[in-house]
Ligand binder design. Structure first.
Ligand code: SF4
Length: 473
């Protein structure tokens, strides 16, 4: 048994990061341990988790398990959890009750909890004391050990907690079963050293560790040869890519090298404004296959709050970066994240958030009410602002977010834009896909277009999506 330890998780040393190519392997004796059995993964949270679930699927299928039709009838249920907000926590805690019920009916059912909640000291202690029917808790740093942990639980029929609060290594060569044949997530970096005062990620994901450029490029080349059209380079703070590699190789260099592979579309998330370099902007502007879409979290419009958040930039610095991006990258679409109701955010602080939003007119924003995370500095601040007030602020902000989202879409009306068609739309007889600028489009077309980038004439715009038809010359 290994439990997480918050104090350990907070530590940062100058120890070298190990890049381990042969750490993951499955012993012969358990190669087919899952033959004839099924697994389901319930994934919560960000794109990193979505991609981690693709790796977990890869591991499960190498063990012989096949994907179940739904979690309620599967032999193994894996909860890949998120710790970023209370909401994500509650969803997982909510489903635990349902799974307990399934477990009472089927004693052979195995339940695994992994992801960021598995790295939280309080959560794991709670699971140990109150949820003995969760068979495995495995952390973000050692998911490669899942086969051995699973073997142990099947053999011993005892709860296994296997979580390390380490700074972390880079584990290469994990298997992957991707959800799409056209769009792929590619990790370029793990962990984060920014320690924004509200954020639990530096504790749950460890220190910043960049993958080597050669491993990333090779992965993209293989994807391209397999027919993939789009890659999204993933990390908690991709703009800081390379800073831990002890070389001068930066995110700008990586973007240029990935661009030269010739893959048709390249995206990247998430960017921290503090590390966004002029070189990066030049490269994005220079190469057509780097998409003109930037997600650039601002979090607040008030310097006072940004300082308390430990965001390391002022509003003036952010604005100067924003306008540089708009000027140098024609047609760029910029989206953001905003937290309202950070502890003791005043009416004036919030007004500044509205003012900056009205000035910058983002294409879209993901807005949230601040959620205290145990163990972070912000969670210790005594907050005088009521939840009702925070909800009212969120509502006010969302109204202007919606207004500008619609206005941004309006610019596309009767224009022809490239769309990568991904699959059937939720609407009858249509397919859906995204523009280069990350706008969702429902297209009147059949499934033969799936996986292709096609010119689409936009015929109608809404707040969250657009409608279009394929343009034929
Ligand atoms: S940069 Fe992002 S992941 Fe890192 S601490 Fe700040 S909010 Fe969290």
């Amino acid at each position: 048994m290994n439990f997480p330890d918050l104090k350990e998780a907070r530590k940062r040393t100058s120890n070298k990061v190990n890049i381990l190519y042969d750490r993951y392997n499955i012993p012969e004796r358990i190669m087919n341990i899952g033959y004839g059995k099924s697994y389901s993964i319930l994934t919560y949270g960000c794109q990193m988790n979505v991609h981690d679930s693709e790796n977990i699927s890869g591991i499960m299928e190498e063990l012989g398990y096949s994907r179940g039709e739904n979690y309620e009838t599967s032999d193994i249920i894996i909860l890949n959890t998120c710790a970023i907000r209370e909401n994500a926590h509650n969803k997982v805690i909510g489903i635990l009750g349902r799974i307990k019920h399934l477990k009472e009916k089927n004693k052979q059912l195995i339940t695994i909890l992994c992801g960021c909640m598995a790295q939280e000291e309080t959560i794991v202690n709670l699971i140990y004391k109150k949820y003995p029917w969760i068979d495995v808790v495995i952390g973000t740093h050692n998911i490669y050990e899942l086969p051995l942990v699973l073997e142990k639980v099947i053999r011993d029929k005892k709860q296994e907690i296997s979580v390390y609060s380490a700074e972390g290594d880079v584990i290469e060569n994990l298997p992957v079963k991707r959800d799409s044949k056209y769009k792929a997530w590619v990790n370029i970096q793990y962990g984060c050293d920014k320690f924004c005062s509200y954020c639990i990620v530096p504790y749950t994901r460890g220190k910043q560790r960049s993958r080597l450029p050669k491993d990333i490029i090779k992965e993209v080349e293989v994807l391209k040869n397999d027919g993939y059209k789009e890659v999204t380079l993933l990390g908690q703070n991709v703009t800081a890519y390379g800073k831990d590699l002890n070389s001068n190789y930066t995110m700008a260099n990586l973007l240029e090298d990935v661009s030269k592979t010739g893959i048709e579309r390249i995206r990247f998330v998430t960017s921290h404004p503090w590390d966004f370099s002029d070189d990066m902007i030049e490269i994005i502007a220079k190469y057509d296959n780097i998409m003109p879409y930037i997600h650039l979290p601002i979090q607040s419009g008030s310097d006072n709050i940004l300082k308390k958040m430990n965001r390391r930039y002022t509003i003036d610095e952010y604005k100067s970066l924003f306008y540089k991006l708009k000027k140098k990258i024609p047609g760029v679409s910029i989206t953001t994240d905003i937290i309202v109701g950070f502890p003791n955010e005043t009416a004036d602080d919030f007004k500044k958030t509205l003012e900056i939003y009205n000035e910058l007119k983002y294409d879209l924003a993901y807005t949230f009410i601040y959620s205290p995370r145990n163990g972070t500095p912000a969670a210790l601040i005594k907050d005088e602002i009521s939840l009702e007030e925070k909800e009212a602020r969120l509502h006010t902000l969302n109204q202007i977010v919606n207004r500008y989202a619609r206005e941004a879409n309006q610019k596309y009306l009767y224009k022809t834009v490239p769309v990568l068609i991904e699959g059937p739309s939720e609407k009858n007889n249509k397919v859906m896909g995204y523009t280069d600028t990350m706008k969702l489009v429902n297209v009147e077309a059949d499934l033969s277009y799936v996986g292709k980038i096609v010119p689409v004439l936009i015929t109608e715009v809404k707040t969250w999506s657009m409608e279009g038809v394929i343009k034929v010359d």
